[in-house]
Ligand binder design. Structure first.
Ligand SMILES: NC(=O)c1ccc[n+]([C@@H]2O[C@H](COP(=O)([O-])OP(=O)(O)OC[C@H]3O[C@@H](n4cnc5c(N)ncnc54)[C@H](OP(=O)(O)O)[C@@H]3O)[C@@H](O)[C@H]2O)c1
Length: 433
């Protein structure tokens, strides 16, 4: 614990400097108004649904943690027959079990969840577990993932070698691309589908971008991906109920320069310096957000070929209050993705997602990607979500990922039913003024 505390202290001082020196909000007026559009029948004929979980055996590495625990409860709630937690500390698992029982008194399932001792860096620790229990899927949530370019991902290595599908929540671009490079060929040869960087952001955020980019290009065939701009906006009230691992991960990201892509060129900018006001829908409203170094900036440029991408993030109250006030409190999580182009200023398309609590939100989003991989729609190999989920399946996955969301909207100049983007919904559409 000492090295983490030490690192945390250094990073907190860095953040203080960034926030004190750099807090210069710039207000930009919102330009959208609401219009209700009749709901049409869901257009997706995708085979992806929660049925894919029925009868499945799933190992969640890091399942005692905040993110992993949320994944465990969602998987069992949605029909997985056997969910096992992998980790290093059985006492921590017992504590998590007690917490789940308190949180979900209607879910008798919790007593069926068991524990296996594994080490995320050591593939040998997974060999006998995977071979003995014939798992259908392993979900790796044992972060932090930051800066592990040369570290061994024993979980992925064991899955690829033992032909077990793999999903993770890696939120570090360099770590994720190193894993793709190292295991891609073997995963394809062995016929193993692997999904990197699932969750809400990254994960669902990148799929939101894919949906919008696909629709804009369909409607405007003269445009190419490189003509498009993708602007991501993220907002988490307070810490989002984060534990120490997520806070350390966030602080490490805060200390980095943020990547933005401008007309195909990567450009570093100072994180959390220049603020912009962005609307996250009726429930959450306007929030101030600023550049942060997030994985989807790079992956959406690389995978979808989008010319310009940036990712902005904000929280309220500020990080200092967060640490002191709501370290373990539930909190709002919001995502927005806007697609525009300088080639035609009349074109705009946006998706908005809002959830009252980050913790269940992450589990719901990861579970949606688990359904995608277990339904057999992800081809063998190691992929980001926007690579792996095909256009015809994206709405189904977004529909499952937004099962607990209070906001899932489309707004823009292209006339698209919300169901085309989010699967079935009862929400009104938002249309640009
Ligand atoms: N994509 C997204 O939307 C998204 C959103 C939020 C967070 N995240 C990422 O999710 C990750 C997890 O965050 P968290 O808040 O859930 O962390 P956490 O609460 O600290 O949980 C981490 C888990 O990892 C296990 N673990 C630690 N060292 C291990 C090892 N050597 N081998 C095997 N298991 C080990 C721990 O269990 P034991 O004590 O039993 O070892 C613990 O349950 C972070 O990297 C975070 O950045 C992604």
């Amino acid at each position: 614990m000492a090295p983490v505390t030490c690192k945390l202290g250094i990073v907190i001082v860095s953040i203080a400097l960034v926030l004190v020196e750099g807090f210069a909000p710039q207000r930009v007026e919102g330009k959208f108004k609401f219009r209700t559009k009749p709901i049409e029948a869901a257009s997706s004929d995708s085979s992806i649904s929660f049925d894919a979980l029925q009868g499945k055996r799933i190992l969640v590495v890091g399942g005692s943690g905040r993110v992993g625990g949320s994944v465990v409860t969602q998987l069992v709630k949605r029909g997985a027959s056997k969910v096992t937690v992998g980790g290093t500390n059985e006492d921590r698992f017992e504590q998590s079990m007690s917490r789940w029982i308190q949180l979900f008194d209607d879910l008798e399932f919790v007593n069926t969840v068991s524990f296996e001792s594994v080490q995320r860096e050591d593939p040998a620790s997974f060999e006998k577990v995977l071979q003995a229990s014939s798992y259908d899927l392993v979900v790796h949530t044992a972060g932090p993932f930051q800066g592990k370019v040369t570290a061994r991902n024993g979980v992925l290595e064991a899955c690829v070698a033992n032909n077990v599908a793999y999903v993770d929540v890696c939120d570090d671009y360099c770590t994720a691309t190193a894993a793709k490079t190292k295991y891609q060929k073997q995963a394809q040869e062995n016929g193993v589908p692997c999904l990197l960087s699932t969750g809400c952001w990254p994960g669902v955020s990148s799929l939101m971008a894919k949906q919008l980019v696909t629709k804009v290009l369909e409607e405007n065939p003269k445009l190419s991906p490189s003509d498009l701009k993708v602007d991501f906006g993220f907002f988490t009230a307070g810490s989002g109920g984060a534990g120490a691992t997520l806070l350390v991960a966030t602080f490490l990201i805060l200390a980095e320069k943020a990547l933005m892509v401008v007309e195909g060129r990567r450009r570093p900018v100072q994180a959390m310096k220049e603020y912009k006001t962005v609307n996250f829908g009726d429930v959450i409203g306007d929030k101030e957000i600023a550049h942060l170094n997030l994985l989807e900036t790079a992956s959406v440029h690389d995978v979808l070929g989008v010319g310009s991408v940036k990712s902005l993030f904000g929280t309220a109250p500020g990080f200092w209050n967060t640490l002191l006030v709501d370290f373990f409190a539930g909190a709002t999580n919001a995502m927005r993705c806007d697609v525009t182009t300088d080639k035609d200023p009349t074109i705009s398309a946006s998706l908005l997602y809002g959830h009252e609590n980050l913790e269940p939100c992450v589990g719901e989003c990861v579970a949606a990607f688990c359904c995608a991989i277990l339904s057999g729609t992800v081809k063998p190999g190691v992929w980001f979500t926007e690579e792996a989920i095909q256009e015809g399946d994206a709405a189904a996955v977004l529909g499952l990922a937004s099962v607990g969301a209070h906001t899932k909207e489309y707004l823009g100049t292209i006339d698209i039913a919300a169901e085309e983007m989010w699967g079935t919904t009862t929400s009104p559409n938002l249309v640009n003024a």
